[in-house]
Design a protein around this ligand. Structure first.
Ligand SMILES: C[S@@+](CC[C@H](N)C(=O)[O-])C[C@H]1O[C@@H](n2cnc3c(N)ncnc32)[C@H](O)[C@@H]1O
Length: 103
């Protein structure tokens, strides 16, 4: 979940993994919640999802949270680096409290 850098700095350490400071410069970042819903709609646990226009990597974040493998393609090196960092910083337990993992 995206919050301001100021809000992020005030969070107790144990909550920081659930949030992301808004340092993402991508012009059209999609909400993780929306991409999680779409990923669950079209794939099952363990499937591989391809996003050929992955931008700042929101689909990849949703995939990591949901136990999907992910292949992302992005033409902009700057956005690719943002995506890589966001996906690396994502853990499956970040999913708790956002949307329940499917049965
Ligand atoms: C709508 S944005 C994706 C946003 C993404 N869902 C997110 O949450 O950040 C589309 C992305 O496709 C990238 N793109 C455009 N043409 C491309 C191409 N030929 N190959 C790979 N990526 C491309 C753009 O740089 C842009 O970041």
């Amino acid at each position: 979940m995206n919050i301001s850098q100021e809000q992020y700095n005030k969070l107790p350490a144990e909550y920081k993994k659930y949030f992301e400071p808004m340092t993402n410069k991508h012009c059209c970042v999609k909400p993780v919640h929306l991409m999680s819903w779409l990923v669950r709609l079209v794939s099952k646990d363990g499937d591989t999802v391809l996003d050929p226009f992955c931008g700042s990597g929101t689909t990849g974040i949703a995939c990591k949270m949901l136990g999907r493998k992910f292949i992302g393609i992005e033409i902009s090196p700057e956005y690719f680096e943002i995506a890589k960092k966001r996906i690396e910083n994502t853990t499956q337990d970040m999913f708790v409290g956002l949307t329940p993992k499917e049965e």
